[in-house]
Design a protein around this ligand. Structure first.
Ligand SMILES: Nc1ncnc2c1ncn2[C@@H]1O[C@H](COP(=O)(O)OP(=O)(O)OP(=O)(O)O)[C@@H](O)[C@H]1O
Length: 584
């Protein structure tokens, strides 16, 4: 019940619907139990007692009861569904909200397909219990309670005989839940993996096809699909073993009832109609008892789903605004790193080690170094995508932790090597960071990013809809839209992470020409592999294995005969000679 207690805030505000549903369920159940009583009167009073004049009244009463039951069933079901649907609406929103604010560290380990299955299948699993399971459980308790009361009224001893199997049934049900709950958890997990498989495959279909790995992928999917199937069969096996046992216990009750009840009728201690009514009442009890497996099943499924939802809701958000967070309206763009050390997790080695540098507002800092040397990690500390394990990152002289995340990130424009475009219009993509941007601002940003001309050549211009991940555009065109998007927020700090590597030399030249103008008055960090992209920087930091190994301007670095000069040699001189000279 822990899971339901923890998720209470999502469904309890709608308890009104729940109570209406249960209230009408009470009426439905009470009315149901009246049927056997009418049957008893019909047999004992009308058939045996000869009071035939009661027949029209009994028939009318029966119709009246059916109408009441119909209306009550409608209200019970409708409000029950409202309870489930509105609760999971709130829950789904809360999950999505949480996902928006979870830190990058969470996504480093999360699998998209698995998250999707939590937000869809697991939420549905939970809803099903709220809508149906909860009330089925209560119906079970009510039917048993009311039926037993009526049975007690007819004959105490017969009721006790019928009750004998109940404790056994309780034990079996408890064992069933114990066995079926882990089985459902593993089904949910396996479904998450299956989703991840499909999602990864669709995202990476280019790679799959270009390397002709379709058969391999089909095989891998078959493994995941097989695992899912096996988990289901395992659960079906548990179900199949427990169900007949529950049914057997139920049937034993009926046999006991008929044997002992028949004996009572023969002795004249019970009327025939009462035995028939008793028999009907026992079936009213048997049906929910045999159905108990189904209810427990629903309960276990939703408990397993609820646990998976709680894993998201309870995930720790280490990077949050402090209560005293300041709003950085417009930063000057002064950036300072003081003895900054950073690693992604405790098991990883340091991605950055004791980094120190200072960037005046408006200056251009170049970051160069081999892959994995820590260039991207360094820029991600400025936006607080991650936090350093040691040292301070400062903007305008204040630790970045002191700013609200929103205001900090609003001041920093990021252009990544492979930028993500949404499946909406080009206009909406450019103004994504500034939704209230005017058309002039959008066009201005596109012009600066050298994107305006090709956008105007598209049939719908700025209203052209992009496919998922910006399909329909070339890599260079997508990148120029991403650059326009970064310009559009008019940031104080601009980070270009290998931003021009996907475009041809001519376009890079064009973009850089426009970047020069845009960089004016902004502190800019250019991460690049090509020296040509950053040789005009005011300071170039050369990174190796998370350390700054050289720093300075291009001309000075060339004289130092260090790593920078080696990169330069590789890019500008005869490669054979370079390899020869460094091999020895
Ligand atoms: N999300 C992550 N989780 C764990 N380790 C990571 C993560 N991202 C990067 N690393 C590791 O941190 C180190 C620095 O990576 P980083 O991406 O900053 O290098 P980079 O210089 O930007 O490389 P590239 O030029 O290839 O983009 C590498 O050893 C990398 O394997």
């Amino acid at each position: 019940m822990e899971v339901f207690r923890k998720l209470k805030m999502y469904y309890w505000p709608y308890k009104g619907y729940f109570f209406w549903s249960i209230g009408f369920l009470l009426i439905v159940t009470a009315v149901t139990v009246v049927y056997p009583m009418i049957l008893q009167i019909t047999i004992d009073e009308v058939v045996i007692g000869g009071k035939y004049e009661w027949i029209p009244y009994l028939a009318l009463g029966f119709i009246g009861i059916m109408i009441v039951k119909g209306v009550a069933t409608f209200i019970h079901q409708y409000t029950g569904d409202l309870f489930g649907i509105t609760s999971v609406y709130k829950l789904r929103n809360a999950l999505y909200h949480k996902l928006q604010f979870l830190p990058f560290r969470y996504y480093d380990n999360a699998k998209t397909g698995d998250l999707m299955s939590r937000l869809t299948a697991d939420v549905e699993g939970f809803r099903f219990f709220l809508s149906i399971g909860f009330s089925e459980l209560i119906r079970f308790i009510l039917l048993i309670g009311i039926s037993f009361s009526v049975m007690f009224y007819y004959s105490i001893s017969l009721t006790i005989v019928t009750l004998i199997t109940l404790p056994f049934l309780a034990v079996v049900t408890f064992k069933f839940d114990k066995a079926v709950h882990p089985a459902f958890r593993s089904i949910r997990k396996s479904f998450g993996k299956l989703n991840t498989k499909v999602q990864e495959n669709i995202s990476g279909i280019n790679t799959v096809k270009s390397l002709s790995r379709e058969d391999f992928e089909i095989h891998k999917f078959n493994d995941s699909n097989g695992d899912y199937k096996d988990k289901y069969i395992f659960t079906a096996d548990i179900w199949a073993r427990f169900f007949p046992l529950m049914e057997l216990l139920g049937n034993i009750s009926v046999v006991l009832l008929l044997a002992y009840g028949g004996y009572l009728v023969m002795n004249g201690d019970l009327l025939l109609g009462e035995l028939v009514a008793f028999y009907s009442l026992v079936w009213y009890i048997m049906w929910p008892i045999m159905n108990l497996g189904f209810i427990v099943n629903l309960f276990s499924q939703s408990k397993a789903s609820g646990e998976r939802l709680l894993e998201i809701l309870d995930a720790e958000n280490e990077i949050e605004d402090k209560p005293s967070a300041m709003s950085a309206e417009r930063l000057q763009g002064e950036v300072e790193f003081r003895n900054v050390t950073f690693r992604y997790s405790d098991e990883d080695k340091d991605a950055l080690y004791n980094i120190n540098f200072y960037a005046h507002p408006g200056k251009v800092i170049g970051l160069i170094g081999s892959t994995g040397s820590g260039k991207t990690s360094l820029t991600q500390l400025m936006t607080r995508f991650y936090e350093p394990v040691d040292g301070e990152v400062k903007m305008d002289g204040i630790n970045v932790e002191e700013y609200s995340l929103h205001s900090l990130r609003r001041n920093i424009g990021f252009v990544l090597q492979e930028s993500f475009l949404f499946s909406s219009s080009i206009k909406a993509n450019i103004s994504y960071g500034k939704p209230n941007a005017t058309m002039e601002e959008i066009i201005d940003a596109a012009k600066r990013a050298q994107a305006h001309d090709f956008i105007m050549e598209l049939p719908d211009g700025y209203d052209t809809m992009l496919g998922e991940r910006g399909m329909g555009l070339s890599g260079g065109q997508k990148q120029r839209i991403a650059i326009a998007r970064a310009f559009c927020i008019n940031p104080s700090i601009l980070i270009l992470d290998d931003a021009t590597s996907a475009v041809d030399m001519e376009t890079e030249f064009q973009i850089q020409k426009s970047l020069k103008e845009v960089m004016e008055g902004r502190t800019t960090f250019i991460i690049a592999h090509r020296i040509s992209s950053l040789k005009h920087a005011d300071e170039i930091l050369v990174l190796e294995n998370g350390h700054i190994v050289e720093r300075g301007i291009h001309e000075n670095l060339l004289k130092q005969n260090g790593p920078y000069q080696r990169i330069y040699d590789i890019q500008y001189r005869d490669i054979g000679r370079v390899i020869g000279s460094h091999a020895g």
